[in-house]
Ligand binder design. Structure first.
Ligand SMILES: [Fe+2]
Length: 348
């Protein structure tokens, strides 16, 4: 019998299906796990957002050749006619600002997945130091890559969520437990199902705006604990790496974007555990209401639908997202994330 993921102690996922790795379009990005890989605790750093310097007219990003289409009024814009790989400093600054304003950008027909790891990392690093994930698959020699991978034998997503869930939808903001959580995040697909595997995104700015002024006032000033503990324990249980001791961090419940000044809810079911200073039932009541409010907000959500060459860029500070695992587990899906970290969240 093939070894289970829980028995895995080696460097790569076991590969019980002969030739599966060779079927990947980009085997270089096959997920790499080294249980002996260790990172030191994250140090605080000074962060100046790339969007601060951007020309609001965005002449380098939105040229006469560029076409944009808003997917919904609050969130999401599809962009064609510009290559991220060709943008200089000004263009990348404008990209940061546009991502902050529109929350999610879907760049079509990109050569990004073919420009090589050094250039991919260099582009993402323009927005901040790239997080090296404490538990997920990365790429050998390139711990900056967070590999999202599923094949018929490896379904970490379903294991992480638990197999007895009615729904696979799991709203979260990436690695919000970090003291300096991420901002302008890059995600590109290497192999995907023909239909399905979209990513759901929502605007935490609009989620906040929907609340009454009285309720908004009650939330402002509160802080909540975001925890990496479950993620680390899950990895440990299945024999995966814990490259850095899991952290728990307090963040404001409502944060202000450093460039747009917009206020956004900053709680997510994936990592937010409790409100500081509240008793358990009080904290559960408020958090469960907010998680429910966010999950039901179909009128401030979009689906990001992938096509070959799509690169999705989103601002993690003002959004939450969920995978949709709506395709058969016989299908292979392979994607990569680059996750630049940003400022310590600014309370609203
Ligand atoms: Fe995510």
């Amino acid at each position: 019998m093939a070894p289970s993921v829980a028995e895995l102690k080696g460097e790569e996922l076991p590969n019980p299906i002969a030739g599966l790795k060779s079927k990947l379009s980009y085997p270089f990005y096959y997920p790499y796990f080294d249980v002996n890989e260790k990172f030191p605790p994250t140090q605080l750093f000074e962060h100046i957002d790339a969007g601060v310097n951007a020309d609001p007219a965005k002449p380098n990003l939105l040229t006469p050749n560029t076409t944009t289409r808003n997917i919904s009024p609050y969130i999401g814009t599809e962009i064609t006619g510009v290559q991220i790989s060709q943008l200089g400093k000004e263009g990348l600054d404008e990209l940061a600002l546009f991502a902050a304003e529109r929350k999610v950008l879907l760049f079509r027909d990109q050569d990004f997945k073919d420009i090589g790891p050094e250039r991919q990392i260099a582009i993402a690093r323009h927005f901040g130091p790239i997080q090296r994930h404490p538990t997920s698959g990365n790429v050998k020699g390139y711990p900056e890559f967070h590999v999202v991978y599923r094949d018929p034998e490896h379904d970490e997503f379903r294991e992480y969520r638990g197999r007895d869930q009615v729904s696979g939808v799991s709203w979260h903001s990436d690695i919000s437990y970090e003291k300096q959580p991420p901002s302008t995040t890059f995600f590109f697909i290497l192999d995907q199902p023909g239909v399905g595997g979209d990513t759901l995104f929502l605007s935490q700015v609009e989620a906040y705006r929907r609340l009454s002024p009285e309720f908004q006032k009650r939330l402002e000033g509160l802080r909540a604990v975001h925890s990496a503990v479950y993620q680390a324990e899950f990895s440990e249980r299945r024999g995966g790496p814990v490259r850095r001791e899991p952290v728990e961090t307090e963040h404001p419940l409502v944060r202000k974007h450093p460039v747009t000044g917009e206020k956004a809810l900053y709680v997510n079911q994936g990592f937010t555990r409790r409100i500081v200073g509240f008793k358990k039932e009080e904290s559960d009541l408020i958090l469960n209401f907010l998680f429910d409010h966010i999950a039901k907000g179909a009128d401030f959500q979009i689906r990001a639908v992938y096509a070959p060459g799509t690169v999705v860029v989103w601002d993690n500070r003002v959004t939450a997202h969920s995978a949709t695992v709506d395709f058969e587990n016989t299908i292979l899906r392979h994607a990569v994330r680059l996750t630049p970290q940003a400022e310590v969240p600014i309370p609203a």
